[in-house]
Ligand binder design. Structure first.
Ligand code: GLC
Length: 409
């Protein structure tokens, strides 16, 4: 069902929610234009009730739709289809429905766990007088993959590195034990890996990781995410600096702010890490203005930058290792194909769509990640691996997917 027209999408991430309007042409195959609006999610909503959360996002969407359609004649009973990007682990029941398995990224609204989140949203939309139904329910990685694929047919996987981290990739249907009997036209199926929950005894866990996990609302879960993503990097750095402050006098008397959990947000950490002003003036300014730590010596400022560097480098290298794990699984790492006798000859080009702040706004993170991909694969093979930003892919991709797959109820 490839249809031209206007599609809306709602993208619930963690700290933000995006509402989008996309116009498709060329029998639903071309994005003619799109508009994206970003809204902060009030922090208290993350631990409120199902009704409060879904009322908030449906009202945000309603106001957006009303602004967009102001003056445009609409058939009053025309029910629009919505792409709903819901970036938490769900058990997918159909293209447009799925049950929340558990919350991640600091959310804890117990009465949603076990419920179909599309229903919750549809009920809230109808409570608030918005005539829409969910046409596609997707994870942010899947939306990003869809937009990545729209740009470049060699896209095989998508990775999100923002507040949380996750990846999805295209797997051969017959390699999937869980979906036996489910046939697809293409022979492939997108797997949302939820890699944030990956864990292995080989991962280099420190006492800071252990303490962070123990004090988190989701203990023993999302171990990979807690080493990599934006919600946690600043907090790991804060824990290290706090310990240094306790065990030395390098930060002087005024380091008590460092004892406040989550006070060092990752964007500020990145700003200190990327400080190229003479004598790390910017680091000094941030420490003074944000943490009331005036007059920190150059030596101590250099130490702060060094800690940021170690924490970020580890995160970037782990992300790169995750990507190469996927390429290896699908025989695109240039090594496994040859070893198994498959795909000999010229390695194929593999594009990985990538999204969110840690990659797009943090250049040192990006550099370390690219460096690690080359370190692991070798320069020759790494040349065939293209990381490509799919901006706003999580939401736009969801709208592309409704245009292609949903069916009217
Ligand atoms: C968390 C969620 C996952 C999402 C990722 C990135 O790991 O569980 O569904 O894709 O964050 O937003």
């Amino acid at each position: 069902r490839d249809e031209d027209g206007i599609y809306y999408a709602l993208d619930l991430g963690a700290t933000t929610c995006q509402v989008l309007r996309i116009q498709l042409g060329g029998r639903g195959s071309k994005i003619i234009n799109h508009k994206v609006e970003l809204h902060q999610i009030p922090q208290e909503l993350a631990s409120s009730t199902s009704e409060e959360l879904f009322d908030f996002i449906s009202l945000t969407l309603k106001e957006f739709v009303e602004r967009e359609e102001n003056g445009i004649d609409q058939a009053p009973d025309e029910r629009k289809e919505l792409g709903f990007t819901f970036s938490f682990p769900i058990r997918q029941l159909s293209i447009s429905s799925g049950v929340l398995i558990k919350w991640t990224k600091g959310f804890a609204i117990e009465d949603v766990v076990g419920k179909d989140v599309s229903r919750c949203l549809e009920e809230a939309m109808s409570r608030n007088g918005l005539n829409m139904r969910v046409g596609a329910l997707v994870n942010d990685t899947v939306g990003t993959l869809a937009l990545g694929h729209y740009y470049d047919k060699d896209t095989v996987a998508a990775v999100i590195i923002g507040t949380g981290t996750n990846a999805c990739y295209v797997e051969r249907s017959d390699a999937l034990i869980k979906s036996q009997g489910l046939l697809t036209n293409s022979g492939g199926m997108v797997v949302n890996m939820e890699w944030g929950n990956f864990w292995s005894a080989h991962l280099p866990k420190t006492s800071y990781d252990i303490a962070l996990d123990e004090e988190s609302p989701n203990r023993n879960e999302q171990g990979f995410e807690k080493m990599i993503s934006g919600m946690y990097l600043g907090e790991i750095v804060r824990r290290v600096l706090h310990r240094i402050a306790e065990e030395s006098d390098i930060f002087g008397e005024s380091a008590y702010h460092l004892s406040v959990p989550f006070i060092l947000r990752t964007p500020l950490m990145a700003a200190m890490h990327e400080d190229d002003s003479p004598n790390l003036r910017e680091v000094g300014r941030i420490l003074e203005e944000q943490f009331q730590m005036p007059g920190i010596s150059l030596k101590a400022r250099m130490l702060v930058v060094r800690v940021c560097d170690i924490v970020t480098r580890r995160a970037a290298r782990l992300t790169a290792a995750g990507i190469i794990g996927i390429l290896k699984k699908i025989g695109r790492d240039g090594i496994s194909g040859v070893a198994s006798g498959r795909a000999k000859g010229k390695p194929k080009r593999s594009v990985v769509a990538i999204e969110r702040g840690l990659y797009t706004n943090y250049s040192i993170f990006r550099e370390y990640m690219n460096e690690a991909i080359t370190d692991i694969l070798g320069e020759e093979i790494a040349q065939n691996v293209v990381l490509r930003v799919a901006e706003d892919g999580s939401g736009i991709g969801a709208a592309l997917l409704i245009a292609t797959y949903s069916s009217k109820r």
